[in-house]
Design a protein around this ligand. Structure first.
Ligand code: 3PG
Length: 400
């Protein structure tokens, strides 16, 4: 972006593809990390006198306007953060977008409505995506890619639009890629990886790749129960992906052959019911050994012995990558496992990267200082796919 600015952006319309896909409760933003993450790029362009057009997706609307997925709250928050009025276009490439962009003065900022309100944004059809990208290109002179969280998506604003405009990477993308390189090139060892979240199937690619690279892989969250089941333990009514058991068994075997330590929970917190995440009222729960889960109970968090075990496995790690919560951290009864991993990273002197919207939000909502970690990535799927060694469309589009 600095080169682009040096060439002169004053009076130019600069399209900034951000990832403002923030968690919302109604119209209240519950974690504004992704908006703060793009702030430096927006402020740099404002200071250079550009006319800044910020665009993003939010959630997964079905290719048509849906008020529940409006970016209006994110636009308002961006305005508060940069301390300036931010105009808001109520469509993506229609009358409102054209008028809002045309009304921008030098150093002013506008946000377009959710790009996924247009079916062209996510279309698998190159022509349909290209058509939408053509219309977006009419709104700008230059393109800055800074939505790291979406670079793994081959979407019109991420992949097709940069091909139509002079383009550069923003500061957020540059930082994120710089950090992830430290996890893929000349990694300092021991290298520990903590994977959580609900589905094993989301993590297959990254486990496959990391088995060749990591020294320790610690598993938690809903996905742990498929591993425990694969080891022959009963998991009650816990989340389970039976169809993934063969893959899991193969991973466990490969890990053993390669000398990669696979660490699974030794005790878990169980309850007969999934907690109400809104009311957050105290629930009935108890801790049981991971190999003696009672029928009819579901595992919702790592237990205290597991927390101590995981902390010991992270204490001397020189590099740690963590993606996915260890339990239902949104409820106080099941937040301890996630808190314990976060605390272990804070206490360790190694370089720690927290990847993923959920884990990053967990760390912040549990009250940790984000500066206590090596890096908190704004990308979940994006950072996982980067670690898998995949070509990310949004990065490839900026590289040429
Ligand atoms: C994310 O939250 O990981 C990014 O914003 C991408 O969102 P998506 O998975 O809906 O494409």
């Amino acid at each position: 972006i600095d080169e682009l600015i040096a060439e002169g952006v004053t009076g130019k319309r600069v399209f900034v593809r951000a990832d403002l896909n923030v968690p919302l409760s109604g119209t209240t933003i519950t974690d504004d990390g992704r908006i703060r993450a793009v702030q430096p790029t927006v402020e740099k362009l404002v200071a250079a006198g550009a006319r800044v057009v910020v665009a993003s997706h939010l959630g997964r609307p079905k290719g048509a306007p849906d008020p529940a997925f409006s970016l209006a709250p994110a636009a308002a928050r961006l305005g508060e953060l940069i301390g300036a009025d931010v105009a808001f276009a109520t469509d993506t490439v229609g009358e409102s977008a054209r008028a809002t962009v045309a009304a921008l003065g030098d150093g002013e900022v506008a946000v377009l409505e959710n790009l996924r309100f247009n079916p062209g944004e996510t279309s698998k059809d190159d022509a349909e995506r290209g058509e939408f990208a053509d219309r977006l290109a009419e709104l700008a002179d230059l393109y800055v890619g800074d939505g790291f969280g979406a670079v793994h998506r081959k979407h019109a604003s991420v992949f097709d639009l940069p091909a139509r405009l002079p383009h550069a990477a923003g500061d957020l993308i540059a930082t994120e890629v710089g950090v992830l390189k430290k996890l893929t090139e000349n990694v300092e060892r021991p290298y520990a990886v903590v994977l959580g979240g609900s589905k094993v199937s989301d993590k297959l690619g990254v486990i496959d790749h990391l088995l060749e690279r990591a020294d320790r892989i610690l598993i938690g969250g809903g996905m742990a129960y498929t591993f425990l089941k694969a080891q022959g333990h009963e998991v009650g009514s816990s989340l389970l992906q039976e169809d993934q058991i063969p893959a899991v068994l193969e991973y466990l075997k490969r890990a053993e052959n390669r000398g990669v330590e696979f660490v699974l929970p030794v005790d878990v917190v169980v309850s007969a019911q999934f907690p109400d995440l809104k009311a957050k009222a105290p629930t009935e729960h108890r801790t049981v050994p991971a190999d003696a889960m009672p029928a009819g109970f579901m595992g919702l968090d790592n237990g205290p012995e597991t927390n101590a075990l995981y902390a010991s496995k992270l204490a001397d790690a020189a590099t740690v990558f963590w993606n996915g919560p260890m339990g239902v951290f949104e409820h106080p009864d099941y937040a301890e496992g996630t808190r314990a991993v976060a605390q272990a990273l804070v206490d360790s002197s190694g370089f720690s990267v927290v990847g993923g919207g959920d884990s990053a939000a967990a760390v912040r909502t549990l009250g940790f200082d984000e500066n206590a970690f090596g890096h908190i990535s704004t990308g979940g799927g994006a950072s996982l796919e980067y670690l898998e060694g995949k070509t990310l469309p949004g990065l490839a589009a900026l590289e040429d």
